[in-house]
Ligand binder design. Structure first.
Ligand SMILES: *Cc1c(COP(=O)(O)O)cnc(C)c1O
Length: 389
């Protein structure tokens, strides 16, 4: 099969030409000063995007590795954890926490909803023994956003650490670990940054390092060890293992591009693309999966599908007939998703996604107002571009 013409799936996202070019940098020995310099620069660039003084840890492995490493490092048997569930990744975290021996309390909402910080406050007021709060910033399969900026300070006030799955949000929308009092954030390289798949981009607070040091169960001498990164790399400048050299050049280049565009403008692109896309969805006569626009994520738009068509059928159809890759639901419901990540948050990319969804549904016998949807999205892109310029 020919490669796709447009990747509108919510990650892995398309990489810019500059990032692709950086991937062709010659592979070097990890302790060579040239690589060490680039590695440090990538760390500094991540810190600048996140406005953080915390340690930045770039672990080699898709961000599921970073999430598992963080959870294993923080959790000890019997520890009481509050896991917030608004979708598939939150559910998965709960299963992990239990398997690592934690006592897990959950706040769970329907997958089209987001977590209410007032509810977190209520549970933490009642259960002072909670030591860790785990939360997903954007539930990418559902297209929803939870206000972690409100949850971080609530957890800190209750002496609980926070572990945030920021896989799909890091780099594409505001995420400020210091100001928001978040102890470990884990992001993915391949989503809003548009870097290659394969690097877990993490921030770790001093409070989290203290807790990890005191946890006898925290992995050591392991690819999942955060404390090895702290003690060997951050404190002594020695890599615990050979990092993914090429992927790291990609992350460095992608972050450099974000900073050159300007972090505020880069975030604004994601917001603008998502707003235009939502306007198009509604004008087409379709419904957003998210309960309200107020909780809709800027990095992905999830659209509820009518019963007569399922997500895999629609995605398969538009990929084979039109060369467009859309996101299926990953099991969250009968949902199709359009990503707004990095390159695809630019220009008229949302229109390609909407065209694929609308034309695909018409082909499959669903009546949609394709023209109205495309017009609404085009008008929104024009107006929002002016507003932000
Ligand atoms: C992408 C993503 C991950 C990583 O999952 P993959 O299946 O490896 O892509 C984890 N959490 C969230 C919220 C994500 O969007």
């Amino acid at each position: 099969m020919e490669e796709s013409a447009f990747m509108l799936n919510p990650g892995p996202a398309s990489a810019s030409s500059r990032t692709l070019g950086a991937l062709a940098t010659p592979i070097t020995y990890q302790n060579d000063p040239f690589f060490v310099e680039h590695f440090h620069r990538a760390e500094r660039r991540v810190a600048e995007i996140l406005e953080t003084q915390q340690d930045v840890v770039l672990m080699q492995g898709e961000c599921m590795l970073g999430l598992e490493a963080a959870a294993r490092s923080l959790v000890s048997p019997g520890m009481v954890c509050l896991n917030l569930v608004s979708g598939i990744y939150g559910k998965g975290m709960g299963a992990w926490l239990r398997s690592f021996g934690a006592q897990v309390i959950e706040i769970e909402v329907p997958f089209n909803d987001a977590i209410d910080p007032a509810e977190v406050q209520r549970v933490l007021d009642e259960r002072s023994e909670v030591r860790l709060v785990t939360v997903v910033h954007s539930e990418t399969p559902c297209g929803t956003l939870t206000p972690v900026q409100e949850i971080g300070p609530i957890a800190r006030a209750h002496d609980a650490l926070t572990l945030v799955d920021a896989a799909s949000t890091l780099g594409g929308l505001p995420l400020h670990p210091d100001e928001w009092k978040l102890d470990i954030c884990v992001g993915a390289s391949q989503k809003c940054l548009g870097a290659p798949v394969g690097i877990s981009i993490m921030t770790v607070s001093d409070e989290a390092w203290d807790a990890i040091r005191q946890n006898p169960q925290a992995p050591r001498a392991s690819i999942l060890s955060l404390i090895d990164w702290k003690e060997l790399w951050i404190e002594q400048g020695r890599f615990p293992l050979a990092p993914s050299i090429s992927d790291m050049y990609g992350v460095d280049a992608a972050c450099g591009e974000v900073l050159e565009i300007g972090v505020a403008e880069y975030f604004a692109r994601h917001e603008r693309a998502a707003r235009a896309c939502r306007a198009g969805v509604k004008a087409m006569g379709l419904e957003l999966f998210a309960r309200s626009e107020a909780i809709a994520s800027p990095c992905v738009t999830a659209i509820a599908l009518p019963d007569s068509v399922n997500d895999l059928q629609l995605c398969g159809h538009v990929r084979s007939r039109y060369g467009v890759v859309l996101g299926d639901s990953e099991g969250a419901g009968n949902i199709v998703r359009i990503g707004h990540m990095g390159v695809t948050a630019r220009s008229f990319y949302p229109l390609v996604g909407l065209s694929a969804v609308g034309r695909g549904l018409l082909d499959l016998g669903v009546d949609v107002s394709l023209g109205d949807g495309l017009e609404a999205a085009t008008m929104a892109i024009g107006e929002l571009a002016l507003e932000i310029a």
